[in-house]
Design a protein around this ligand. Structure first.
Ligand code: EPS
Length: 356
C-alpha cells in the first residue's frame, strides 16, 4: 500500500515526482472563510526553494503555485484546496549515467526492492522536491493558526556537522541562507560549506523548532498523542533520522527531580517536557529537534551494486544539496503547523460537540 496522506480532520495529500510534469497537493477539511493569495504561499515556498544560495542545489524552479480549487474570490470555501506547481527545471540527463546504479544510502535501494521499478530520473517520489507541497499547505495552516490562536512557529539551524549553534535572535533566522539566529556565525558556516562542497562530500544537520501560544489540551491519548503525531510528521520528511521532543534523549541522564517541570505560583518553572505531557499539550511552548542525515548523492565514489547485482562504484553528478538539513527548516515549521492545526480541529470536534 502507498500512503500519501496524513492528518485526520485536516487531511493533506501530496502527489507528483521530482522530474514529472507537476507536483501538487490536496488539503481537505480546511475551514471556510480565510483569505489567502498565491503570493502568501509563495513567500513560504521561496524560503525552502533550491538555488537561493550557493550552499543548496542549483536547480532553479519558479515554484509558481496555482490554486485550482477550494478558494473562491480569494477566500477558502471549506472544499478541498488543490495546489499545483509545475516542474520547469528538471534535468533528467544528469541521471543517465546512474540509470542502472544504486546510490549507497539512497532510496534507490529500498524503492528498487519494494517496487521493482527503477525511475532513475531524480529521486522521483523520494526526492525532497515533494516537500514543496508540504510548505505550500503549511502556509495556509500557519496563517490560520496565527489568526485564530496567535500561534507562531519558528525553526532554526541548531547544528551543522560538528558546529553547534545557539538559537540567537529568532526574529532574524530568515536573514541568512542558514536559518540561524546567530548571524555573527554566518562567515564560519559559509567557510565550512564552501570547503565541504569542494570536497564533494555532504553533512547532516540538526533543526530545532518551537510553537508558541499553543493552547493546552491538544493531543488524543493514546494512539493519537500530539508528540507521536509530531514525530511521525517529522520522520516523514526526507533524510530525517531522529526526532526529540523537549529534553528528548537528554531525559535519559536527568533525574526526575530535574526533569519534572515544577509549577510555581501557577507557572511552569522549566520546559523539559517540550510542552507535552502524556501526549497532550500543556500550554507551554512545544519544542522539538530533528536530525537530518547527510545526503547520499555524492561526487566521491562509493561502492555499491547495479540493478543486475554487479559490483560497481557510483559517482553522482548534477545539482545536489551538500546539506539538505539547511533547507529543511521551513519544512519542519510547515509540518508542525499542519499537525497542530489538525489537532485543534480534532480537539474542538470532540470536546465542543455537545455544544452544537
Ligand atoms: C533532490 C535532488 C535535486 C534537488 C532536489 C532534491 O534535484 P534533481 O537532481 O532531481 O534535479 O534539486 O530538490 C528540489 C528540486 C526541491 O525543490 O527541493 C533529491 O534527490 O532529493
Amino acid at each position: 500500500m502507498s500512503h500519501n496522506t496524513f492528518g485526520k480532520n485536516l487531511r493533506f495529500t501530496s502527489f507528483g515526482e521530482s522530474h514529472g510534469s507537476t507536483i501538487g497537493c490536496v488539503l481537505d477539511g480546511f475551514p471556510p472563510g480565510m483569505k489567502i493569495t498565491t503570493d502568501e504561499i509563495k513567500a513560504q515556498l521561496i524560503r525552502r526553494a533550491t538555488g537561493q544560495s550557493r550552499h543548496t542545489s542549483q536547480r532553479k524552479e519558479k515554484d509558481d503555485v496555482q490554486i485550482v480549487s477550494g478558494v473562491f474570490e480569494g477566500v477558502t470555501t471549506g472544499h478541498p484546496i488543490t495546489l499545483l506547481i509545475e516542474n520547469t527545471d528538471a534535468r533528467s540527463k544528469d541521471y543517465a549515467n546512474i540509470a542502472k546504479q544504486i546510490r549507497p544510502g539512497h532510496a534507490d535501494y529500498s524503492y528498487w526492492k519494494k517496487y521493482g521499478i527503477r525511475d532513475y530520473r531524480g529521486g522521483g517520489r523520494s526526492s525532497a522536491r515533494e516537500t514543496t507541497m508540504r510548505v505550500a499547505a503549511g502556509a495556509l495552516a500557519r496563517k490560520w493558526l496565527k489568526q485564530h490562536y496567535d500561534i507562531n512557529i519558528v525553526a532554526w539551524l541548531a547544528q551543522l556537522g560538528d558546529i553547534k549553534l545557539q538559537s540567537g535572535d529568532l526574529n532574524r533566522v530568515d536573514d541568512s541562507p542558514f536559518f540561524t539566529g546567530e548571524l555573527e556565525r554566518v562567515p564560519e558556516l559559509d567557510a565550512y560549506m564552501d570547503q565541504l562542497r569542494k570536497s564533494g562530500d555532504s553533512v547532516g544537520a540538526r533543526i530545532d523548532a518551537k510553537a508558541v501560544n499553543v493552547p493546552a489540551g491538544l493531543g488524543e491519548p493514546v494512539y493519537g498523542k500530539l508528540d507521536a503525531e509530531l514525530a511521525l510528521a517529522m520522520m516523514s520528511i526526507n533524510a530525517t533520522k531522529g526526532v526529540e521532543i523537549g529534553a528528548g534523549f537528554e531525559a535519559v541522564s536527568q533525574n526526575g527531580s530535574l526533569h519534572r517541570d515544577e509549577i510555581i505560583d501557577g507557572q511552569f518553572a522549566s520546559n523539559h517536557a517540550g510542552g507535552i505531557l502524556a501526549g497532550v499539550s500543556t500550554g507551554q511552548d512545544i519544542t522539538l529537534s530533528v536530525a537530518f542525515k547527510p545526503t547520499s548523492s555524492l561526487r566521491i565514489p562509493g561502492k555499491s551494486v547495479d540493478i543486475d547485482g554487479n559490483a560497481i562504484e557510483v559517482v553522482t553528478k548534477g545539482r545536489h544539496d551538500p546539506c539538505v538539513g539547511i533547507r529543511a527548516t521551513p519544512i519542519v515549521e510547515a509540518m508542525m503547523a499542519l499537525v497542530i492545526m489538525d489537532h485543534i480541529m480534532r480537539h474542538k470536534a470532540q470536546t465542543q460537540s455537545n455544544q452544537l
